[in-house]
Design a protein around this ligand. Structure first.
Ligand code: ZN
Length: 670
């Protein structure tokens, strides 16, 4: 970006961030997520770093946070209310630990970890056990006296509870620090009420709690349910031994503290706690965006002191944001295995939730036009956990005028055949050509995927490489691959070729449900495949089922039933199944309970010529029989495949057990 472009971009960013700030802090509304706004602020500060002469005093990057409002008395904090430095990764926490170890020369550190509450920090001053004053954090040195307001919060004791062990806390000045928060459910109820009354809804619980505490009318504060959770105390001339003891004292004095807080003896333990709560935090009554990690020992904590604005001995561990803003460079169309044409956003690479995102789904053409997403737009991208990243919306105010409207291509970008829809009101366009290369490789990739047959080494790139080399044309062909052929390909060495062939061979007798899912029948997901397997027991029965029979399976309606019947009626699919069978690839059948071999116990001695031992065992079980490893009194039949030196034959002779040849056995099971 040149300077002229940067100047224009900075102007737009400043205007939009100012708009966001005004709505958020003044009107209590939100025009975008905090995370998206942070992402824009980050872009602004980067541009300003690049062109420092473009920084103006009114830039949002020049704002000093937390100045006190007129209307409340300003009060100086006796001890500065410091903020914590942030760590965004395990590596940053490790670096923090290394710095501390260097300073204190002690490697046996204990860590006190707690959930970081997303609220308003506040200090409560008690004189001889009586609540005297409540002060907001403000800029850390000076806050606002909000005593009248915080007195309405029920979880704040007006008088400290008597404590035998900590009697001295009730004498003189005792300061308790903590967070004023609004619970998620109370926030939702409040917004519901406001909506009914025709009032604007609030943006989020933290903002609402902060806004409420700064209301000049205490009765309004009392009407909103706020909570205070304590996390620190300050008492002159008295040294508490550890941060975990601080929590003990706070509890004894009658405060609400976070019960999930914990002493950890290593950083690994801390990281486990963090991972655990990354998921579980949804179930907390309040919002959190991370943890607070403190050195537990108070003496070490004090010794480490303060550097800049933050204590050395504590750090805030932030969970990665799940949204960011970036530029939409282009929109390509990707053809799925059932032919669905999905528009895919090609993005300027951006880090979200710890991973680099370059592509995101745009779902379908209708969605793009409904949201008015254009090529060249700045867009908000969302990614959480394992889900596919998606484009949430464009930021229209940041447009330069160069953006282009997306048009769905008329033809498949791969095979060139016209795209079509099954029905007029279908959201998706499709490539109807079953032999389209894109569809073929996605079918094969799907067949090998984790939820299908779970064949390692058959991801997108390897499948394409095998297809390009002409070694395979469909899913069944993977079973005839030879190690020498594969090893010649650029992507495979001898070792990985061997590994791939082994991985494929190991999956010749897949579970029925995985096989059904792996066929890639439209509308048949993982659960439907399980339901079908449980109901039909084997693939033959499923392939012959008509619509009425299919609809007897719970959860299957007309659309799915039709799709299944259609799939098995298709000649190319019939020949695919034949091909599988010829190569000895066939799903296991759900065991027959009343088969012809019911209650029959069979032992095999020697190697069979016509099948593997496991296959024979499977065949016996399918017919209701039991496959035994050794001859015993209860054995019914011994299959003699190989007569040389078998102790099993000797034992069978002794016990008078029936013996049959391999040919007789084959006749019996077929
Ligand atoms: Zn195509």
């Amino acid at each position: 970006m040149n300077k002229v472009q940067a100047k224009d971009r900075i102007k737009k960013l400043k205007a939009l961030i100012e708009e966001y700030r005004y709505h958020y802090h003044v009107l209590d509304e939100s025009i975008m997520s905090d995370e998206a706004a942070d992402s824009l602020k980050h872009e602004l500060s980067q541009l300003e770093n690049q062109y420092p002469d473009l920084i103006t005093p009114d830039s949002p990057t020049q704002r000093i946070a937390g100045q006190s409002l007129p209307g409340f008395k300003s009060v100086s904090h006796k001890e500065r209310m410091i903020s914590l430095n942030d760590a965004f990764s395990n590596q940053e926490v490790k670096s923090w630990q290394e710095r501390i170890i260097k300073l204190i020369d002690n490697t046996k550190l204990e860590y006190f970890v707690d959930i970081k509450m997303d609220g308003l920090a506040c200090a409560l001053v008690y004189e001889d056990g009586q609540l005297f004053q409540g002060i907001t954090r403000g800029d850390g040195f000076v806050g606002e006296d909000v005593t009248a307001n915080i007195r309405t919060i029920e979880s704040i004791p007006l008088k400290l509870r008597k404590s035998q062990k900590y009697q001295y806390m009730l004498k003189g000045r005792t300061e308790i620090r903590g967070e004023i928060i609004m619970y998620k459910k109370d926030f939702d109820e409040l917004n519901k009420k406001r909506k009914k009354q025709g009032l604007a809804e609030f943006a989020n619980p933290r903002n609402t709690a902060a806004g409420t505490i700064r209301q000049l009318d205490p009765s309004l504060v009392a009407s909103r349910k706020l909570y205070f959770r304590a996390y620190d105390l300050i008492k002159d001339d008295h040294q508490v031994s550890s941060n975990s003891e601080v929590y003990q004292i706070l509890k004894e004095l009658g405060f609400l503290v976070n019960d999930m807080s914990k002493v950890c003896h290593s950083l690994d333990e801390v990281f486990n706690f963090a991972n655990d709560w990354q998921v579980k935090r949804q179930s907390l009554p309040f919002n959190t965006d991370g943890l607070v990690i403190k050195i537990n020992d108070k003496e070490i904590y004090q010794k480490l002191g303060v550097v800049g604005k933050a204590p050395r001995a504590a750090i805030a561990y932030k969970y990665a944001a799940e949204q960011a803003t970036t530029k939409l460079l282009d929109i390509l169309v990707s053809i799925g295995r059932t032919g669905t044409a999905t528009p895919v956003a090609m993005l300027q690479p951006v880090t979200i939730a710890g991973t680099t995102v370059q592509m995101a789904t745009l779902h379908n053409e209708g969605e793009i036009h409904r949201k008015d997403i254009r090529i060249g737009d700045t867009v908000i991208v969302h990614k959480a956990g394992d889900i596919i990243p998606e484009v949430i919306e464009p930021i229209i105010k940041l447009r330069s005028g160069q953006e282009k409207v997306f048009r769905m291509p008329k033809n498949c970008p791969d095979c060139g055949q016209p795209l079509a829809k099954y029905a007029k009101d279908d959201a998706a366009w499709r490539c109807m050509n079953k032999d389209c290369q894109s569809r073929i490789w996605k079918r094969i990739e799907h067949y090998a995927s984790k939820e299908s047959l779970d064949i390692e080494g058959l991801g997108e790139k390897n499948v394409i490489s095998l297809l390009d080399a002409g070694l395979i044309k469909d899913q069944a062909d993977i079973y005839i691959l030879k190690e020498v052929q594969v090893a010649k390909l650029e992507r495979f060495g001898k070792l990985s070729a061997n590994k791939l062939i082994e991985a494929i061979r190991a999956k010749k007798r897949p579970d029925l449900n995985r096989f059904i899912y792996g066929l890639g029948i439209r509308h048949v997901g993982v659960q439907t495949a399980i339901d079908l397997a449980n109901y039909f027991k084997n693939i033959e029965a499923l392939s012959l089922a008509n619509i009425d029979q299919l609809k007897k399976v719970e959860g299957i309606g007309d659309v799915v039933a039709e799709s299944i019947v259609e799939w098995f009626a298709e000649p190319s699919n019939k020949s695919l199944l034949d091909k599988f069978k010829k190569q000895g690839v066939w799903p296991k059948t759900a065991y027959q309970i009343n088969g012809p071999l019911k209650d029959t116990k069979i032992v095999i001695t020697g190697s069979l010529k016509s099948m593997l031992r496991e296959e024979a065992a499977e065949a016996i079980r399918l017919l209701g029989g039991t496959f035994q490893g050794s001859v015993g009194k209860d054995t019914d039949i011994l299959v003699v495949a190989d007569k040389t030196g078998s102790s099993k034959i000797k034992k069978a002779n002794e016990l008078g057990i029936k013996q049959i040849t391999e040919d007789e056995f084959i006749k019996m099971i077929s």
